[in-house]
Write a protein that binds this ligand. Structure first.
Ligand code: AMP
Length: 394
Protein backbone atom coordinates (compact mmCIF):
# COMPACT_ATOMS: atom_id res chain seq x y z
CA UNK A 1 0.00 0.00 0.00
CA UNK A 2 1.28 3.44 -0.92
CA UNK A 3 1.26 6.38 1.46
CA UNK A 4 -1.65 8.75 0.92
CA UNK A 5 -2.39 12.32 2.02
CA UNK A 6 -3.76 11.01 5.32
CA UNK A 7 -0.31 9.72 6.25
CA UNK A 8 1.18 13.22 6.54
CA UNK A 9 0.80 16.31 8.67
CA UNK A 10 0.89 19.21 6.19
CA UNK A 11 0.89 22.00 8.74
CA UNK A 12 3.51 24.61 7.73
CA UNK A 13 4.94 22.19 5.16
CA UNK A 14 5.97 23.11 1.63
CA UNK A 15 4.34 20.57 -0.66
CA UNK A 16 5.35 19.85 -4.25
CA UNK A 17 2.41 18.34 -6.19
CA UNK A 18 2.68 16.79 -9.67
CA UNK A 19 -0.67 17.24 -11.40
CA UNK A 20 -1.88 16.60 -14.94
CA UNK A 21 -2.70 20.00 -16.43
CA UNK A 22 -2.17 18.75 -19.99
CA UNK A 23 -5.48 20.28 -21.12
CA UNK A 24 -6.68 20.83 -24.71
CA UNK A 25 -6.16 24.44 -25.84
CA UNK A 26 -7.50 25.94 -29.07
CA UNK A 27 -6.79 29.52 -30.16
CA UNK A 28 -5.62 30.42 -26.68
CA UNK A 29 -8.73 29.00 -24.97
CA UNK A 30 -8.91 25.91 -22.73
CA UNK A 31 -11.61 23.78 -24.38
CA UNK A 32 -11.94 21.24 -21.54
CA UNK A 33 -10.81 22.04 -17.99
CA UNK A 34 -11.72 18.64 -16.55
CA UNK A 35 -8.13 17.82 -15.61
CA UNK A 36 -7.79 21.05 -13.66
CA UNK A 37 -11.08 20.38 -11.88
CA UNK A 38 -9.92 16.84 -11.01
CA UNK A 39 -6.82 18.23 -9.28
CA UNK A 40 -8.77 20.48 -6.89
CA UNK A 41 -9.52 17.98 -4.08
CA UNK A 42 -5.83 17.22 -3.49
CA UNK A 43 -4.78 20.90 -3.66
CA UNK A 44 -7.58 21.91 -1.28
CA UNK A 45 -6.76 19.08 1.12
CA UNK A 46 -3.17 20.27 1.52
CA UNK A 47 -4.20 23.94 1.84
CA UNK A 48 -6.93 23.20 4.39
CA UNK A 49 -4.40 21.24 6.44
CA UNK A 50 -1.99 24.16 6.69
CA UNK A 51 0.45 23.51 3.86
CA UNK A 52 1.64 25.66 0.99
CA UNK A 53 1.43 24.20 -2.52
CA UNK A 54 3.65 24.36 -5.59
CA UNK A 55 2.18 22.60 -8.61
CA UNK A 56 4.00 21.23 -11.62
CA UNK A 57 2.79 19.68 -14.87
CA UNK A 58 3.66 19.20 -18.51
CA UNK A 59 1.58 20.60 -21.37
CA UNK A 60 1.87 19.28 -24.92
CA UNK A 61 5.18 18.22 -26.44
CA UNK A 62 7.61 21.15 -26.49
CA UNK A 63 10.54 18.68 -26.70
CA UNK A 64 12.81 20.24 -24.11
CA UNK A 65 12.53 23.82 -25.40
CA UNK A 66 10.57 26.90 -24.40
CA UNK A 67 7.49 27.43 -26.53
CA UNK A 68 5.12 30.22 -25.54
CA UNK A 69 2.12 28.38 -27.04
CA UNK A 70 2.63 25.67 -24.44
CA UNK A 71 3.05 27.95 -21.44
CA UNK A 72 1.02 27.05 -18.36
CA UNK A 73 0.14 30.70 -17.74
CA UNK A 74 -3.39 30.25 -19.15
CA UNK A 75 -3.86 27.23 -16.87
CA UNK A 76 -2.72 29.28 -13.90
CA UNK A 77 -5.53 31.78 -14.58
CA UNK A 78 -8.18 29.09 -14.87
CA UNK A 79 -6.92 27.37 -11.72
CA UNK A 80 -7.12 30.65 -9.86
CA UNK A 81 -10.79 31.02 -10.89
CA UNK A 82 -11.61 27.46 -9.88
CA UNK A 83 -9.82 27.68 -6.52
CA UNK A 84 -11.18 31.16 -5.96
CA UNK A 85 -7.77 32.28 -4.80
CA UNK A 86 -4.59 33.79 -6.16
CA UNK A 87 -2.23 31.40 -7.94
CA UNK A 88 1.31 32.70 -8.23
CA UNK A 89 2.58 31.77 -11.70
CA UNK A 90 6.34 31.15 -11.45
CA UNK A 91 7.00 32.47 -14.91
CA UNK A 92 10.45 31.21 -15.92
CA UNK A 93 11.43 29.67 -19.24
CA UNK A 94 13.95 27.44 -17.48
CA UNK A 95 11.21 26.26 -15.05
CA UNK A 96 13.42 26.31 -11.98
CA UNK A 97 16.00 29.05 -11.30
CA UNK A 98 17.41 30.98 -8.33
CA UNK A 99 14.59 33.49 -8.67
CA UNK A 100 11.96 30.75 -8.65
CA UNK A 101 13.67 29.03 -5.68
CA UNK A 102 13.50 32.35 -3.83
CA UNK A 103 9.74 32.59 -4.48
CA UNK A 104 9.27 29.02 -3.24
CA UNK A 105 11.16 29.81 -0.02
CA UNK A 106 8.95 32.86 0.56
CA UNK A 107 5.67 31.02 -0.02
CA UNK A 108 3.42 31.05 3.05
CA UNK A 109 1.03 28.47 4.42
CA UNK A 110 -2.23 28.55 2.41
CA UNK A 111 -0.57 29.96 -0.73
CA UNK A 112 -0.47 28.29 -4.16
CA UNK A 113 2.06 28.61 -6.99
CA UNK A 114 2.49 26.93 -10.37
CA UNK A 115 5.78 26.19 -12.12
CA UNK A 116 6.16 26.61 -15.88
CA UNK A 117 5.73 23.56 -18.20
CA UNK A 118 8.26 20.96 -17.00
CA UNK A 119 8.82 19.73 -20.57
CA UNK A 120 10.53 23.03 -21.44
CA UNK A 121 13.58 21.36 -19.85
CA UNK A 122 15.27 18.51 -21.74
CA UNK A 123 16.02 16.75 -18.45
CA UNK A 124 12.31 16.22 -17.74
CA UNK A 125 11.65 13.30 -20.10
CA UNK A 126 15.15 11.91 -19.44
CA UNK A 127 14.34 11.70 -15.73
CA UNK A 128 17.54 13.71 -15.20
CA UNK A 129 18.98 13.58 -11.68
CA UNK A 130 20.11 17.22 -11.50
CA UNK A 131 16.78 18.58 -12.74
CA UNK A 132 14.91 16.32 -10.28
CA UNK A 133 17.11 17.55 -7.41
CA UNK A 134 16.52 21.19 -8.34
CA UNK A 135 12.74 20.61 -8.45
CA UNK A 136 12.73 18.87 -5.06
CA UNK A 137 14.92 21.48 -3.32
CA UNK A 138 13.16 23.58 -0.64
CA UNK A 139 10.18 21.21 -0.24
CA UNK A 140 9.13 18.96 2.65
CA UNK A 141 6.76 16.53 0.93
CA UNK A 142 6.13 15.33 -2.64
CA UNK A 143 2.63 14.30 -3.80
CA UNK A 144 1.97 12.64 -7.15
CA UNK A 145 -1.59 13.10 -8.40
CA UNK A 146 -0.95 12.95 -12.17
CA UNK A 147 -2.44 9.56 -13.02
CA UNK A 148 -2.35 10.27 -16.77
CA UNK A 149 1.46 10.32 -16.79
CA UNK A 150 2.10 7.69 -14.13
CA UNK A 151 3.08 5.12 -16.78
CA UNK A 152 6.08 7.35 -17.64
CA UNK A 153 9.23 7.80 -15.57
CA UNK A 154 10.09 11.50 -15.85
CA UNK A 155 11.90 13.90 -13.51
CA UNK A 156 8.77 15.69 -12.28
CA UNK A 157 6.81 12.57 -11.40
CA UNK A 158 9.44 9.92 -10.59
CA UNK A 159 12.85 11.66 -10.29
CA UNK A 160 11.77 14.03 -7.49
CA UNK A 161 10.52 11.13 -5.34
CA UNK A 162 14.12 10.12 -4.55
CA UNK A 163 14.65 13.31 -2.55
CA UNK A 164 11.41 13.76 -0.57
CA UNK A 165 8.96 11.83 1.58
CA UNK A 166 6.07 11.06 -0.76
CA UNK A 167 2.39 10.22 -1.14
CA UNK A 168 -0.16 9.61 -3.87
CA UNK A 169 -2.89 12.25 -4.16
CA UNK A 170 -6.65 11.71 -3.96
CA UNK A 171 -7.08 11.25 -7.72
CA UNK A 172 -4.47 8.49 -8.02
CA UNK A 173 -5.83 6.91 -4.84
CA UNK A 174 -9.26 6.66 -6.50
CA UNK A 175 -7.84 5.23 -9.75
CA UNK A 176 -5.91 2.57 -7.82
CA UNK A 177 -8.90 1.74 -5.61
CA UNK A 178 -11.17 1.02 -8.59
CA UNK A 179 -8.82 -0.48 -11.15
CA UNK A 180 -6.60 -2.54 -8.83
CA UNK A 181 -9.63 -3.34 -6.70
CA UNK A 182 -11.36 -4.90 -9.72
CA UNK A 183 -8.25 -6.81 -10.75
CA UNK A 184 -7.45 -8.13 -7.30
CA UNK A 185 -10.81 -8.76 -5.67
CA UNK A 186 -13.71 -8.24 -8.10
CA UNK A 187 -17.37 -8.75 -7.30
CA UNK A 188 -18.50 -11.45 -9.73
CA UNK A 189 -19.54 -11.94 -12.44
CA UNK A 190 -16.68 -9.76 -13.69
CA UNK A 191 -17.02 -8.76 -17.36
CA UNK A 192 -14.63 -6.84 -19.61
CA UNK A 193 -15.80 -5.07 -22.76
CA UNK A 194 -12.93 -4.36 -25.11
CA UNK A 195 -13.22 -2.42 -28.34
CA UNK A 196 -11.39 0.09 -30.46
CA UNK A 197 -9.27 -0.23 -33.55
CA UNK A 198 -6.52 -2.71 -32.89
CA UNK A 199 -6.05 -6.13 -31.31
CA UNK A 200 -2.33 -5.36 -31.12
CA UNK A 201 -2.94 -2.55 -28.59
CA UNK A 202 -5.00 -4.79 -26.33
CA UNK A 203 -3.15 -8.14 -26.38
CA UNK A 204 -1.46 -7.45 -23.04
CA UNK A 205 -4.77 -6.42 -21.49
CA UNK A 206 -6.62 -9.49 -22.78
CA UNK A 207 -3.80 -11.78 -21.59
CA UNK A 208 -3.90 -10.35 -18.08
CA UNK A 209 -7.72 -10.26 -17.92
CA UNK A 210 -8.05 -13.92 -18.98
CA UNK A 211 -6.86 -14.85 -15.47
CA UNK A 212 -9.33 -12.54 -13.76
CA UNK A 213 -12.63 -12.08 -15.61
CA UNK A 214 -15.60 -14.38 -16.22
CA UNK A 215 -16.20 -13.16 -19.75
CA UNK A 216 -14.82 -10.77 -22.34
CA UNK A 217 -17.06 -9.02 -24.86
CA UNK A 218 -15.11 -7.97 -27.94
CA UNK A 219 -16.46 -5.11 -30.08
CA UNK A 220 -15.05 -2.46 -32.46
CA UNK A 221 -12.70 -3.30 -35.30
CA UNK A 222 -10.90 -5.84 -33.07
CA UNK A 223 -13.84 -8.20 -33.57
CA UNK A 224 -13.05 -8.71 -37.29
CA UNK A 225 -9.57 -10.04 -36.60
CA UNK A 226 -11.11 -12.56 -34.20
CA UNK A 227 -13.84 -13.55 -36.69
CA UNK A 228 -11.37 -13.91 -39.54
CA UNK A 229 -9.11 -16.06 -37.34
CA UNK A 230 -12.05 -18.48 -37.19
CA UNK A 231 -12.34 -18.60 -40.98
CA UNK A 232 -15.24 -16.15 -41.21
CA UNK A 233 -15.16 -13.72 -44.17
CA UNK A 234 -15.35 -10.08 -43.03
CA UNK A 235 -15.45 -8.19 -46.36
CA UNK A 236 -13.47 -4.95 -46.33
CA UNK A 237 -13.55 -4.62 -42.51
CA UNK A 238 -10.38 -3.61 -40.71
CA UNK A 239 -8.31 -6.72 -39.96
CA UNK A 240 -4.81 -7.15 -38.58
CA UNK A 241 -3.70 -10.05 -40.74
CA UNK A 242 -0.47 -10.45 -38.79
CA UNK A 243 -2.48 -10.98 -35.58
CA UNK A 244 -4.71 -13.85 -36.71
CA UNK A 245 -2.52 -16.37 -34.83
CA UNK A 246 -2.64 -14.19 -31.72
CA UNK A 247 -6.44 -14.04 -31.92
CA UNK A 248 -6.66 -17.83 -32.32
CA UNK A 249 -4.31 -18.28 -29.38
CA UNK A 250 -6.42 -15.96 -27.19
CA UNK A 251 -9.59 -17.90 -28.04
CA UNK A 252 -7.84 -21.19 -27.17
CA UNK A 253 -6.49 -19.86 -23.87
CA UNK A 254 -9.92 -18.45 -22.97
CA UNK A 255 -11.44 -21.86 -23.57
CA UNK A 256 -8.84 -23.53 -21.33
CA UNK A 257 -9.46 -20.99 -18.58
CA UNK A 258 -13.25 -21.18 -18.86
CA UNK A 259 -13.52 -17.52 -19.81
CA UNK A 260 -16.29 -16.90 -22.36
CA UNK A 261 -15.39 -14.65 -25.28
CA UNK A 262 -18.43 -13.00 -26.82
CA UNK A 263 -18.20 -11.64 -30.36
CA UNK A 264 -20.84 -9.52 -32.14
CA UNK A 265 -23.45 -11.44 -34.16
CA UNK A 266 -24.40 -8.63 -36.56
CA UNK A 267 -22.90 -5.42 -37.89
CA UNK A 268 -23.75 -2.07 -39.42
CA UNK A 269 -21.86 -2.10 -42.72
CA UNK A 270 -21.09 0.51 -45.39
CA UNK A 271 -18.88 1.04 -48.40
CA UNK A 272 -16.75 3.65 -46.66
CA UNK A 273 -16.23 5.61 -43.45
CA UNK A 274 -18.30 8.68 -44.27
CA UNK A 275 -21.16 10.53 -42.62
CA UNK A 276 -23.21 10.21 -45.80
CA UNK A 277 -22.53 6.51 -46.39
CA UNK A 278 -25.45 4.19 -47.11
CA UNK A 279 -25.66 1.64 -44.31
CA UNK A 280 -27.14 -1.82 -43.92
CA UNK A 281 -27.32 -4.34 -41.09
CA UNK A 282 -26.01 -7.83 -41.84
CA UNK A 283 -25.33 -10.99 -39.80
CA UNK A 284 -21.68 -11.47 -38.77
CA UNK A 285 -21.45 -14.48 -41.08
CA UNK A 286 -22.62 -12.51 -44.12
CA UNK A 287 -20.57 -9.35 -44.52
CA UNK A 288 -20.54 -8.66 -48.30
CA UNK A 289 -17.07 -8.62 -49.86
CA UNK A 290 -17.33 -4.94 -50.92
CA UNK A 291 -18.49 -3.59 -47.52
CA UNK A 292 -16.89 -3.00 -44.12
CA UNK A 293 -18.27 -3.37 -40.63
CA UNK A 294 -18.32 -0.02 -38.83
CA UNK A 295 -20.56 -0.64 -35.82
CA UNK A 296 -22.21 -3.53 -34.03
CA UNK A 297 -25.81 -4.23 -35.05
CA UNK A 298 -29.04 -4.31 -32.98
CA UNK A 299 -28.92 -8.08 -32.34
CA UNK A 300 -25.41 -7.69 -30.89
CA UNK A 301 -26.64 -4.85 -28.67
CA UNK A 302 -29.37 -7.17 -27.37
CA UNK A 303 -26.88 -9.99 -26.82
CA UNK A 304 -24.50 -7.70 -24.94
CA UNK A 305 -27.35 -6.42 -22.73
CA UNK A 306 -28.21 -10.01 -21.89
CA UNK A 307 -24.57 -10.91 -21.15
CA UNK A 308 -24.22 -7.89 -18.85
CA UNK A 309 -27.52 -8.36 -17.00
CA UNK A 310 -26.16 -9.83 -13.79
CA UNK A 311 -22.60 -8.51 -14.00
CA UNK A 312 -21.31 -7.10 -10.71
CA UNK A 313 -18.06 -5.58 -12.04
CA UNK A 314 -17.59 -4.25 -15.59
CA UNK A 315 -14.49 -2.73 -17.17
CA UNK A 316 -14.98 -1.04 -20.55
CA UNK A 317 -12.22 0.18 -22.85
CA UNK A 318 -12.70 1.10 -26.51
CA UNK A 319 -15.72 2.02 -28.68
CA UNK A 320 -17.96 -0.51 -30.46
CA UNK A 321 -17.69 1.26 -33.80
CA UNK A 322 -16.60 4.45 -35.54
CA UNK A 323 -18.55 6.41 -32.93
CA UNK A 324 -17.18 9.76 -34.12
CA UNK A 325 -19.70 9.50 -36.99
CA UNK A 326 -23.34 9.44 -35.78
CA UNK A 327 -24.52 6.67 -38.15
CA UNK A 328 -21.90 4.33 -36.64
CA UNK A 329 -22.24 5.45 -33.01
CA UNK A 330 -25.35 3.56 -31.90
CA UNK A 331 -23.58 0.46 -30.53
CA UNK A 332 -21.19 2.53 -28.42
CA UNK A 333 -23.99 4.67 -26.98
CA UNK A 334 -26.15 1.60 -26.30
CA UNK A 335 -23.30 0.04 -24.29
CA UNK A 336 -22.96 3.30 -22.34
CA UNK A 337 -26.72 3.26 -21.64
CA UNK A 338 -26.68 -0.38 -20.54
CA UNK A 339 -23.79 0.23 -18.15
CA UNK A 340 -25.56 3.25 -16.67
CA UNK A 341 -28.50 1.04 -15.67
CA UNK A 342 -26.50 -1.82 -14.11
CA UNK A 343 -26.33 -2.52 -10.42
CA UNK A 344 -22.58 -3.07 -10.69
CA UNK A 345 -19.20 -1.42 -10.28
CA UNK A 346 -18.60 0.17 -13.69
CA UNK A 347 -15.08 1.24 -14.59
CA UNK A 348 -14.36 3.13 -17.79
CA UNK A 349 -10.84 3.25 -19.23
CA UNK A 350 -10.17 6.82 -20.38
CA UNK A 351 -10.12 8.06 -23.98
CA UNK A 352 -12.91 7.25 -26.44
CA UNK A 353 -15.23 5.31 -24.12
CA UNK A 354 -15.04 8.13 -21.59
CA UNK A 355 -15.85 10.76 -24.22
CA UNK A 356 -18.79 8.67 -25.55
CA UNK A 357 -20.16 8.48 -22.01
CA UNK A 358 -19.69 12.22 -21.53
CA UNK A 359 -21.48 12.90 -24.86
CA UNK A 360 -24.36 10.70 -23.70
CA UNK A 361 -24.53 12.69 -20.45
CA UNK A 362 -24.01 9.52 -18.41
CA UNK A 363 -20.68 10.27 -16.71
CA UNK A 364 -22.17 10.54 -13.23
CA UNK A 365 -23.87 7.16 -13.64
CA UNK A 366 -20.52 5.28 -13.75
CA UNK A 367 -18.59 4.21 -10.66
CA UNK A 368 -15.28 5.41 -12.07
CA UNK A 369 -14.06 7.05 -15.27
CA UNK A 370 -10.32 6.86 -15.52
CA UNK A 371 -8.41 10.08 -16.20
CA UNK A 372 -5.59 8.26 -17.97
CA UNK A 373 -6.17 6.19 -21.12
CA UNK A 374 -2.60 4.92 -21.50
CA UNK A 375 -1.99 4.57 -17.78
CA UNK A 376 -5.22 2.67 -17.16
CA UNK A 377 -4.46 0.28 -20.04
CA UNK A 378 -1.02 -0.45 -18.56
CA UNK A 379 -2.62 -1.06 -15.18
CA UNK A 380 -5.08 -3.47 -16.80
CA UNK A 381 -2.09 -5.22 -18.39
CA UNK A 382 -0.83 -5.83 -14.87
CA UNK A 383 2.20 -3.58 -15.38
CA UNK A 384 3.78 -1.61 -12.55
CA UNK A 385 3.33 2.13 -13.14
CA UNK A 386 6.61 3.93 -12.28
CA UNK A 387 4.81 7.09 -11.10
CA UNK A 388 3.04 5.06 -8.43
CA UNK A 389 5.75 2.49 -7.69
CA UNK A 390 8.18 5.28 -6.70
CA UNK A 391 5.95 6.55 -3.87
CA UNK A 392 6.76 5.57 -0.27
CA UNK A 393 5.03 2.46 1.05
CA UNK A 394 2.96 2.69 4.22
P1 AMP B 1 -8.55 2.69 -29.92
O1 AMP B 1 -7.71 3.93 -29.96
O2 AMP B 1 -7.84 1.44 -30.23
O3 AMP B 1 -9.40 2.58 -28.67
O4 AMP B 1 -9.56 2.84 -31.14
C1 AMP B 1 -10.51 3.84 -31.22
C2 AMP B 1 -10.86 4.05 -32.66
O5 AMP B 1 -11.33 2.84 -33.23
C3 AMP B 1 -11.97 5.06 -32.84
O6 AMP B 1 -11.43 6.19 -33.47
C4 AMP B 1 -12.97 4.35 -33.75
O7 AMP B 1 -13.42 5.16 -34.81
C5 AMP B 1 -12.17 3.18 -34.29
N1 AMP B 1 -13.04 2.04 -34.65
C6 AMP B 1 -13.92 1.43 -33.86
N2 AMP B 1 -14.58 0.48 -34.55
C7 AMP B 1 -14.12 0.50 -35.81
C8 AMP B 1 -14.42 -0.23 -37.00
N3 AMP B 1 -15.35 -1.17 -37.00
N4 AMP B 1 -13.71 0.07 -38.12
C9 AMP B 1 -12.79 1.03 -38.11
N5 AMP B 1 -12.45 1.76 -37.02
C10 AMP B 1 -13.11 1.50 -35.89
Amino acid sequence: MKKTLKDYDFSNKKVLIRVDFNVPIQNGVITNDNRIVESLPTINYVLENGGSVVLMSHLGRPKGQYNKDMSLEIVSKRLSELLNKDVKFLDDESVISNKVQEEIINLKSGEVALLENTRFVAGEEKNDEDFSKELAKNFDIYVNDAFGTSHRAHASNVGVSAYLPSAIGLLIEKEVKYIEGALEDPKRPFVAILGGAKVSDKIGVIDNLLDKVDKIIIVGAMAYTFLKSQGIAVGKSLVENDKLDVARDILKKADEKNVRIILPIDFVVAEEISKDARTAVVPAMNIPTNLEGLDIGPMSVKLINEELKDAKTVIWNGPAGVFEIPIFANGTFEIAKTLSNLDAITIIGGGDSASAIAQAGLSDKMSHISTGGGASLEMLEGKVLPGIACINDK
